[in-house]
Design a protein around this ligand. Sequence first.
Ligand SMILES: *Cc1c(COP(=O)(O)O)cnc(C)c1O
Length: 229
Amino acid sequence: MVAENLNQVCENIEKACKKVGRDPKEVTLIAVSKTKPVSMIQEAYDAGSRDFGENKVQEIMDKHPVLPPDIRWHMIGHLQRNKVKYIIDKTVLIHSVDSLRLAQEISAQAQKKQVTADILVEVNIAQEESKFGTSRDEAIQLVEDISKLPHIYIKGLMTIAPFVTNPEDNRVHFQQIRELSVDIAKKNIDNVTMSVLSMGMTGDYMVAIEEGSTMVRVGTGIFGERNKK
Ligand SMILES: *Cc1c(COP(=O)(O)O)cnc(C)c1O
């Protein structure tokens, strides 16, 4: 089932790219495997997936050692500062940086382990109270502040769009994120590129791709519904 779903999602990604004249190679599919067992991740791996997203530090720590070493783990969930040290050398990209204090801790731990940390700044584009992320207005200042820290590189922006039944409703948010990333790129800040736009989930990834997403985070669409607690 996982392999079939994966195929379907890849076809949809190609379709969305074709619609707007983009090269599907510009879009990375992150299989969001949170709450899902190692066996299902292995199925997706065998079907070709290499990028996986998790939102809990503990799950990355449990899954990382027992799965193939060429998996690229993405931290996509809210990250507490005291847990940075556990994942700093296990993840390729931390999508969810929304404060200078968190970035400072990532920088310090990266320095300690002698690695560099690639990160995205999470923007709460629809200003939903329930969501983490910096506001659109504060994003540029936060990027400038983080850019001065050692061992940390900002690669772009991430957003979690509102939960909607009609994905078209999120188009405006994806456009706003894209515009914000262009504005930031124009400033030519040291250690900052805006090459990644992490936006789009199961319900709206095709619209996100049409609006410039370079990383879509798809969970349910690949692994099925998550068990609710
Ligand atoms: C769970 C999660 C996803 C995947 O959500 P689906 O709707 O299942 O595709 C994407 N991004 C983040 C940050 C998540 O926590």
